[in-house]
Write a protein that binds this ligand. Structure first.
Ligand SMILES: [Fe+2]
Length: 265
């Protein structure tokens, strides 16, 4: 996938020099998203957002976020180029290190950006990583990925996609946003809970069903999986995920619920 963004390189202390405009973009992204997540995000995300103590007026620095994550759940976050291989991604998760794209979107992409930027990585992901249970689940996916054959990567990553990135849950009978891809997206957050133009399909959280469900990264998801009990997610960390992948493979992928991606000229 071509990208118009360049990775920013940290100094010897792991800190990145963001421009005043980049800090202003962070401030404006947080200001817009804050009321949405307070209203629609699940309690574990909101508790983690408070615990992470991220700045609201400037782009956070990974070493500062890591201090909080290390104390709370034994994790750290490190800057990486925008796109890394599945192999490196799984290895970092297994090492309790969250890989964070370092650039921040421009105002041109303020509403939607296909590739993960640091707003998605820090505002979306790090709140859940303050919770030892989500941290353990993320580490378990990384560990399974390290044991997986390369051809199984794309199968395994769907479990991560439909839970950590785009999972929903239920609190007091209301659908709530759990995943980082939703917590960091002003438009998909609304769409996923049914406040958009139309209704996505919402299915119960079931590991084999998830592994068989294809997705596209560049559209709002047509289907989400809803965790009735968060413990179902943490129980999944103790499953033999590679046996689950083998079973899902034998059953085959579900038919996509989205149109094929148009090839650009
Ligand atoms: Fe992400």
């Amino acid at each position: 996938m071509p990208t118009s963004y360049l990775a920013k390189h940290p100094d010897a202390q792991g800190r990145i020099a963001y421009t005043p405009e980049e800090n202003a973009i962070w401030r404006d992204l947080v200001a817009r998203q804050w009321p949405h997540v307070q209203r629609l995000a699940a309690r574990p995300y909101l508790d983690g957002l408070a615990l992470s103590q991220m700045p609201q007026d400037k782009v956070p620095q990974c070493p500062d976020i890591s201090v909080r994550l290390r104390d709370l759940a034994g994790w750290r976050v490190e800057p990486v180029p925008a796109l890394i291989s599945f192999g490196r991604f799984f290895a970092m998760l297994a090492d309790r290190c969250f890989p964070a794209a370092s650039f921040i979107r421009s105002r041109r992409d303020f509403d939607y950006i296909e590739e993960p930027d640091i707003f998605h990585e820090i505002f979306g992901h790090t709140p859940l990583l303050t919770d030892p249970r989500f941290a353990a689940f993320s580490q378990a996916i990384g560990a399974a990925g390290m044991r997986a054959a390369k051809e199984d990567y794309a199968w395994l990553i769907r479990l991560y996609w439909f839970s950590i990135e785009f999972g929903l849950t239920v609190e007091a009978g209301k659908i709530k946003v759990l995943g980082s891809g939703l917590a960091s997206s002003p438009t998909e957050l609304l769409w996923s809970v049914g406040e958009g133009n139309g209704q996505p399909e919402r299915r119960p959280f079931e590991v084999i069903d998830i592994l068989r469900t294809p997705y596209r990264i560049d559209i709002h998801q047509p289907v989400y999986f809803v965790l009735d009990r968060l413990d179902d997610l943490f129980d999944a960390a103790h499953r033999d995920l590679l046996a689950d992948v083998a079973k899902a493979r034998s059953l085959g992928l579900h038919s996509p619920k989205f149109p094929p991606k148009q090839k650009s000229a």
